[in-house]
Design a protein around this ligand. Structure first.
Ligand code: GUN
Length: 281
């Protein structure tokens, strides 16, 4: 069984990006810039944002974090986004989610210029991705996709089952696999026989937020299994896949932690570089 090392894959991607940023600096005499807006003091968001900033600096991006208290008015945030949209030194804008209740998430997402939307959440990017046009792609599914491609470069005709239909993961993951000519089944909590669906799959991406849902006898021998779940349980952090059981049948499997997580941040940096390159065309 191949244990997919997300930390190593992310380090390799960061190394490639570092070189690319250095080349872009030589060519354009400037570097891509990432601005993250963090509202409130939720511990997980603080940790994510700190990691994003650290990784951005590591590859040589210009990185900035703008912090607001959770009492900030929506208008203040929207005006700041407008300002960043018009700032040439900013290639990518990310507003860390979740947001306080009084701030309309969709309004925030739609205020970010699609060309600077490094999360790929803007409806314009969602539409472009589903039409097969150039777009920013949400970081987590992009990371999953790159890891799958490393194991199996030719995905054409493979059966993929995506468990979970969120805008953040399941739906964009489905689009990426479709683009690779997979036959994709998207499943969710109302799917009648999830086990039977999973047993058909050459590739399973579990992104549903249910601890250890995907069992060993749900997985076909030699399937590739990607676990997007991060669930806090009495036994510590576990994914959406029953790791020990599934590792006995799968060809390749991502661990939790150390699988998808590190690749998500590296893909944010990749998206920032891509936004910069498109802005220089
Ligand atoms: N919070 C948790 N994951 C994400 C993400 O991918 N993007 C943003 N903006 N916020 C998040």
């Amino acid at each position: 069984m191949i244990l997919i090392d997300g930390k190593k894959a992310a380090a390799e991607l960061r190394e490639e990006l570092k070189q690319e940023v250095a080349d872009l600096k030589t060519k354009h005499n400037k570097v891509p810039g990432l601005t993250v807006i963090l509202i409130g003091d939720m511990a997980p968001s603080q940790i994510y944002v700190r990691n994003k900033e650290k990784s951005a600096n590591e590859v040589g991006l210009k990185s900035e974090v703008i912090k607001y208290p959770d009492t900030v008015e929506e208008k203040t945030v929207l005006e700041k986004i407008e300002e960043l949209n018009n700032d040439e030194t900013v290639s990518g804008i990310l507003v860390q989610l979740p947001l306080p209740k009084h701030i309309d998430k969709q309004k925030v997402i739609e205020t970010i210029a699609p060309s600077k939307d490094v999360d790929g959440f803007h409806p314009m990017n969602v539409g472009n991705l589903s039409s097969g046009y150039e777009s920013s792609v949400p970081c987590t599914p992009l990371g999953c996709y790159l890891m799958i491609k490393k194991i199996e470069p030719n995905l054409s005709g493979k059966k993929a089952v995506v468990v979970g239909r969120s805008n953040l993961n399941g739906k964009p993951m489905t689009q990426l696999l479709l683009k690779e000519n997979c036959t994709v089944t998207i499943t969710h909590s109302r799917t009648k026989d999830l086990k039977a669906e999973c047993l058909e799959a050459d590739i399973i991406v579990a992104a549903v937020g249910i601890p250890e849902l995907v069992k060993g006898d749900w997985v076909k021998k030699d399937a590739i299994v990607i676990d997007v779940g991060i669930n806090k349980t009495e036994n510590g952090l576990v994914g959406d896949v029953a790791f020990d059981e599934v590792s006995k049948v799968a060809k390749a499997l991502t661990p939790v932690p150390g699988g998808v997580g590190p690749m998500t941040i590296a893909c944010l940096l990749k998206n920032t570089v891509e936004c910069f390159k498109r802005s220089q065309k």
